[in-house]
Write a protein that binds this ligand. Structure first.
Ligand code: GAL
Length: 396
């Protein structure tokens, strides 16, 4: 992490945690260097924001991570001297279009958008383009438009791959006899990321599925068959209940519930806890490091989550936005100043009209044994019993 990112993280920590977290982890600036809340209110030395307002469109407050994303983005852009117009659109595509139209009418200098449905924004973004407002697709790619300039996200395929490889290692698939039973739960078909997550996981396990060492008793092996609209916990719960009732009612063993993210893992784990008769504890995967899921990991109900540090994602997005707003054309050269490990990718993300240049950060696996790593980011803290994690952010 470079000095700017350290400063941003330290500033956020100072604002959200007060002075009490002097003993924070290795990834953040030492407490002695952290700006106080007072000094943080002054415009930073590299303040280039001037009068510029950045419009930030987030999908929904109903999924934990977007609350964190919105907060970190707002904080970091404001600390860099920008004004921020932040809107959540309740997972409704019409509302997101209206919210973005409102930002365009307000004359924002740049739009950051985490799309609800990547394919529904083309007309609105034509308007943005007509007014020379650059657009960064945040976390989820925006499809079918040439108005999107950059994409900042994590390596989405790797998220799924990490889940698949985790299962491979846990079951020792190369050496164990098996066969093992697995069921997949994927994400929202309107979210371009969801297919990448599913494919990454499936590809990592395909060899064992093809050879019969991994069996899918429900037979649901395509993305379409296991997708979960809106990443809904309730839908994932109902789908898993149905799968358990149809294919595991006679005590058949479920070894793995491969879930693409934490909101779906929450529903799947609940179904397993209430309706599963097999007696063992299936491996349950996830993604995001949501607080409820980290509790489940401590309690042994979920096995892992793929963690994406969204404070780093916000810092990387700020770096790209700053560069664009300074009249530069960000490219590979920006990678070293993003504040986190990342790659510049000009091949993987074709939105149907163009390949969108992408900055992709690196996700990693968290299990029960690694929870302290999350505390070390400064974004989580142990609760008063030192048992579960809590967020240090204000809104979650
Ligand atoms: C994806 C995102 C994931 C997860 C999911 C549900 O687009 O990359 O981290 O949060 O949406 O909101």
């Amino acid at each position: 992490m470079n000095a700017t990112a350290k400063k941003l993280v330290a500033g956020l920590m100072a604002l959200t945690m007060g002075a009490s977290l002097a003993a924070c982890g290795t990834d953040v600036a030492p407490a002695g260097n952290a700006p106080t809340q007072e000094s943080n209110n002054e415009a930073p030395a590299d303040n280039k924001g001037g009068d510029k307002t950045v419009g930030i469109a987030m999908p929904t407050k109903s999924l934990e991570r977007w609350n964190r994303d919105g907060e970190y983005l707002k904080q970091q852009f404001e600390d860099a001297g920008y004004k921020v117009e932040l809107k959540y659109s309740d997972n409704k595509t019409d509302q997101q279009n209206n919210d973005i139209q409102g930002m365009i009418a307000d004359g924002v200098s740049l739009l950051l958008i985490a799309a609800i449905d990547g394919s529904t924004l083309s007309q609105t973004l034509d308007d943005a383009k007509a007014q020379n407002i650059p657009v960064i697709a945040y976390d989820r790619l925006i499809m079918n438009t040439d108005a999107v300039s950059y994409y900042v996200s994590f390596d989405n395929y790797t998220v799924g791959k990490l889940q698949g490889e985790f299962v491979k290692k846990q079951l020792d698939l190369d050496n164990a006899d098996g066969p093992f039973n697995i069921e997949f739960t994927a994400g929202d078909p309107a979210d371009n990321n969801a297919g990448f997550f599913f494919n990454g996981a499936y590809d990592a396990l395909k060899f064992y599925i093809d050879s019969g060492k991994l069996v899918i008793p429900s037979g649901k092996k395509t993305f379409e068959q296991v997708a979960t609209p809106s990443w809904s916990t309730d839908t994932a719960f109902e789908n898993m209940q149905n799968t358990l009732a149809s294919f595991y009612a006679k005590g058949e063993i479920l070894d793995v519930a491969l879930c693409s993210n934490d909101s779906t893992a929450l529903g799947v784990a609940k179904a397993i806890t209430t309706d599963y008769a097999g007696g063992n504890t299936p491996i349950v995967t996830g993604q995001d490091g949501d607080i409820a899921n980290l509790r489940n990991i401590v309690d042994g109900i979920q096995t892992m989550t793929v963690y994406k540090n969204v404070n780093d994602e916000a810092a990387a997005t700020l770096a790209v936005a700053k560069s664009i707003l300074s009249g530069e054309t960000p490219d590979e050269g920006l990678v070293s100043s993003l504040g986190a490990d990342a790659t510049y990718d000009v091949e993987s993300y074709n939105n149907g009209v163009k390949v969108v240049p992408s900055y992709l950060l690196v996700p990693y696996v968290i299990t029960k044994n690694d929870l302290q790593k999350l505390v070390d980011t400064g974004l989580y803290k142990w609760d008063s019993d030192n048992k579960y994690l809590e967020s240090t952010a204000e809104t979650t």
